[in-house]
Design a protein around this ligand. Sequence first.
Ligand SMILES: [Zn+2]
Ligand SMILES: [Zn+2]
Length: 236
Amino acid sequence: MYTSNDLTRASANPLPRTPATTNSSNSSRAIIYPPIPPRPDPMRVTIDENGHRRLPFLSNNPLSVDHERVHRYITFRPYAAKCSNCAEDHCSCDFTEHGRPCSACASTCRPDCDFVNPYGFIAVLAHYRDLYLHEEFKHLRAAVEAGQLASSRLDREFERAAAWFYSGAQGAVTLFLLNHRATDGMMLRGIFHIVSSITDTGLLTQFLAVMHDKLHPAAIQIIVDRLNTIYGALHN
Ligand SMILES: [Zn+2]
Ligand SMILES: [Zn+2]
């Protein structure tokens, strides 16, 4: 969960020490609320020519994946909910970071945990950005109204805030990909490793009977393939 402190400007770039000018055009200039989300909105997952999903490119100046702000983004959820699989199965669910499946999905080899869904992650990241930018704009507007910031600098400062956000968001995108790469298919490979070492068909059949309605079909297939391999070897 985030707190309102996460979105305050205290952690962002300090406002420049540029006193507002006192000419009348500055004070009378209307403050226009900028479009949030900014347009064009870079926060979207695209499909490349090979049919692969591509996460957005957000910044040339990304924060490293171990930066505190990247951690805040990769663990951000606007509300704590179970993944769809756990909600459906009425089992407990644990969220760690975007890009990593919950324990229940991981241990049953389900590849479709909500927490590894790039569309869900980018939607959450965009939500965080929009909350942040609304807060940021309110802060900047208050600074203009208090005479601490020239209104002519407001647009520039708002752009600076957005770039500041995107530098952290780009680090979070990289971390999402790393998390997904590190965890994707790991349990399936583990199941393969375990059953490959078992030669007792009775044991494997029992394992199949116990797990057939719990494991993902891809994992069940690994056990079935192993049984077929052993039976094939016995009858040849
Ligand atoms: Zn879950
Ligand atoms: Zn899950």
